[in-house]
Design a protein around this ligand. Structure first.
Ligand code: ADP
Ligand code: MG
Length: 251
């Protein structure tokens, strides 16, 4: 762990009169896993969308490797190496796993891999196919490559979402609720996968409702409440924070 790869400062976003993110500041160190937690409505997803560029900030900065990217589009941010997962949409459930992966290497969150490759269209196709195979094997989805995405379990679908994002060769991977709808028997597998990918050099920001999972996996935990960062630090430390516990379980 070293330099912050991502630095958020005084980030603000309102919807009408409602202040969803109210001056949030935090840093994400390169090579770490950072968990973002907080009660419903705390502003986690809005923060996530501001960082990835899907919402326009009312104020504040988002720095990626020291450069302010707050005016960059989501595509530009993805090309810089900041990639998020997307839900497997209805359209994608009708396609096979392998096809989903190929598209992950081609659509907006996959532009980086496509641009990085030289050669003819056939060369690129081959490269994408070989990358997809490597990723599917790592995620233990290779055997399911000819299955329709719609036939996968909740957990397998989450792994496929992860796989599609990995096709873009991310430096920083942002996950919004990777455990939602996942059978408890598969959560350990997803945690192991995230750990393994982190060891390969990917930095993670994970928004998650499952506090136990976040405490287990994160190097740093950021606790939000009412649009503000209430606490930020190592899990053991955050776990003892009374304000955050109050925000979660208090009135
Ligand atoms: P969390 O992910 O922590 O549950 P959100 O970031 O989704 O919280 O929401 C924070 C607040 O902003 C909530 O009060 C929510 O209702 C509101 N909000 C989020 N997105 C929108 C939107 N697109 N339009 C209006 N209000 C929104
Ligand atoms: Mg949310």
């Amino acid at each position: 762990m070293s330099e912050p790869v991502l630095r958020v400062e005084n980030l603000r976003k309102s919807f009408g009169g409602l202040v969803a993110v109210d001056g949030a500041s935090f840093e994400i160190e390169e090579g770490s896993i950072v968990g973002l937690i907080g009660p419903n409505g705390a502003g986690k997803s809005t923060t996530f969308n501001l960082i990835t560029g899907f919402y326009e900030a009312d104020g504040g900065t988002v720095e990626f490797r020291g450069e302010d990217i707050v005016d960059n589009s989501p595509e530009e941010r993805a090309q810089r190496g900041m990639v998020r997962t997307f839900q497997i949409t209805r359209e994608l459930t009708g396609m096979k796993v392998a096809q989903n992966m190929r598209l992950g290497g081609q659509d907006h969150d996959g532009e980086k891999v496509v641009h990085a490759l030289a050669g003819t269209a056939a060369d690129r196709e081959r490269e994408i196919g070989s990358k997809a195979k490597t990723v599917l094997k790592q995620l233990e989805l290779w055997e399911l490559r000819d299955e329709y995405a719609g036939n996968l379990s909740g957990g397998q679908r989450k792994l496929l979402e992860l796989g599609r994002a990995l096709m873009a060769n991310p430096d920083v991977l942002l996950l919004d609720e990777p455990m939602a709808g996942v059978n408890p028997s598969l959560t350990d597998e997803i945690i192991e996968m995230i750990d393994e990918l982190c060891e390969q050099g990917i930095t993670f920001l994970i928004v998650e409702h499952d506090v136990d999972m976040i405490m287990d996996i994160s190097d740093k935990v950021i606790g939000m409440h009412q649009g503000q960062v209430l606490v930020s630090g190592p899990p053991s430390w955050v776990q003892k924070d009374e304000d955050l516990l109050e925000a979660y379980f208090g009135g």
